[in-house]
Design a protein around this ligand. Structure first.
Ligand code: SAM
Length: 196
């Protein structure tokens, strides 16, 4: 919903392997299905927990985060050679049109996506970040979002009021011109694959 900075004093929690309870490496790779030559972006990469998982399977992974302190933390940990750091908001990416073969976000869609707004003509606007993703992902490229669901229990993750439901996230991406390839709701999270 714009962006939230993540408290750096809690950054270690992003490296906790118990997070695979909500999204595993295997699931993420299945959803994104990168090829060894693909150029992809991890949107809101944080400490690089899931960037590290995708990096061995892609040509380049841009670690995109609005917080340069997160990039510093990731550099201290050590990043694979295929990772390039980009300090930017998702709504203003320094990429050329159609530059990316794909993009993904884990537990971050609710931070960068905006609620759908009907304009004066009654048409729904996708918001800056989704429109920007439609600009930089090439036609046929995938956008994967695994995020906390507003229909979850709130047992972990942000407050329910800060989250989107699967239906809301689908509507946001469709308003941006993406076609939904798969959309799954789970007990605490949703997993979405959209195609540009
Ligand atoms: C909850 S953390 C998740 C990090 C990582 N995706 C993971 O699962 O380990 C969200 C991250 O997204 C970044 N972020 C939030 N809004 C953003 C935006 N609009 N553009 C770029 N980064 C953003 C934050 O700085 C933070 O590092």
């Amino acid at each position: 919903m714009g962006f939230h900075t993540f408290p750096m004093e809690r950054a270690d929690a992003l490296e906790d392997p118990s997070r695979y309870r909500f999204c595993s490496r295997e699931e993420l790779l299945e959803l994104l299905a990168p090829t060894a030559e693909d150029v992809v972006a991890d949107l809101g990469s944080g400490t690089g927990f899931y960037t590290d998982d995708v990096a061995p399977f892609a040509g380049t992974v841009y670690a995109v985060d609005v917080q340069s302190a997160m990039h510093d933390r990731y550099r201290e940990k050590g990043a694979p050679e295929t990772v390039e750091f980009v300090t930017s908001e998702v709504s203003a990416l320094p990429f050329a049109d159609d530059e990316l073969d794909g993009a993904y976000s884990t537990m971050t869609h609710h931070e960068y996506a905006n609620p759908l707004d009907a304009d004066s003509a009654g048409d729904e606007s996708p918001g800056d970040a989704v429109a920007e993703l439609a600009r930089v992902i090439r036609p046929g490229g995938r956008l994967v979002a695994v995020d906390w669901s507003a229909d979850g229990t709130g047992e972990d993750g942000p407050d329910l009021g800060e989250r989107y439901s699967l239906e809301e996230a689908v509507a946001q991406l469709e308003a941006g011109g993406f076609t939904i390839e798969s959309a799954r709701d789970r007990p605490e999270t949703f997993a979405l694959v959209a195609v540009r």
